[in-house]
Design a protein around this ligand. Structure first.
Ligand SMILES: Nc1nc2c(ncn2[C@@H]2O[C@H](COP(=O)(O)OP(=O)(O)OP(=O)(O)O)[C@@H](O)[C@H]2O)c(=O)[nH]1
Ligand SMILES: [Mg+2]
Length: 190
């Protein structure tokens, strides 16, 4: 897809702020600092989402509207120990409320840090996504940080153990970008 206009369309901190919104959506889930906002920026070809080397940057749900017809949803990162307990409880509630009411989800991208692999909070999130019957794409981020053979092992493991579609991605190269767009385009086809 050729993105012409992409813009921030909403930032939501509380369940009561969540809009009723019928447009097709692609959700981006993953631990704090895994690279969700960086991936969104790369896919859109512009720096719309705020990124940070400090985990816990995105603690709200952010909607990015693409050419007035598709929404990317940057979900708050989970699993970061240094975010205050009350704050992480709020984020968990927000994600739960969002999943309850969200309409027209075409794809849930679950981002996994290549160096860390699949951890218990990722499994919890995967379960939540599967419960909702959303199609899942697993994206191994920061693939520049591990060797090609380590990457291959991780991909095989995730495919074998969970039957997941897996794509390796890095912001340091063109790795993964076109393949991820192919999944998105396929998912939003009527
Ligand atoms: N080497 C490398 N660094 C990356 C890559 N993707 C993201 N980063 C870095 O990882 C850090 C976190 O990236 P973000 O995109 O802010 O991560 P996030 O998942 O949105 O984090 P939260 O908003 O805290 O949940 C930043 O310093 C990025 O520059 C990658 O592919 N390779
Ligand atoms: Mg972020």
């Amino acid at each position: 897809m050729n993105v012409k206009i992409a813009k921030l369309a909403g930032t939501f901190f509380n369940p009561s702020q969540l809009p009723v919104e019928a447009r097709p959506k692609i959700l981006f889930f993953g631990r704090s600092n895994v690279g969700k906002s960086s991936l969104i920026n790369r896919l859109l070809g512009q720096k719309l989402a705020k990124t940070s080397s400090t985990p816990g940057k995105t603690l709200s749900i952010n909607y990015y509207l693409i050419d007035d017809r598709l929404l990317f949803v940057d979900m708050p990162g989970y699993g970061f120990a240094k975010v205050a307990k009350s704050e992480s409880a709020r984020v968990r509630k927000l994600i739960g409320a969002f999943l309850q009411q969200v309409k027209n989800v075409r794809l849930a991208a679950l981002l996994i840090d290549s160096r860390r692999g699949f951890l218990p909070p990722d499994l919890e999130t995967l379960e939540q996504i599967l419960q909702k019957k959303f199609p899942v794409l697993t994206i191994l981020t920061k693939s520049d940080k591990i060797s090609f053979s380590e990457q291959k092992n991780l991909v095989t493991q995730l495919q074998k153990n969970f039957g997941l579609h897996v794509v390796s991605f890095s912001i340091k190269s063109t790795t993964g970008k076109n393949e991820i767009w192919r999944y998105i385009n396929e998912a939003v086809k009527e």
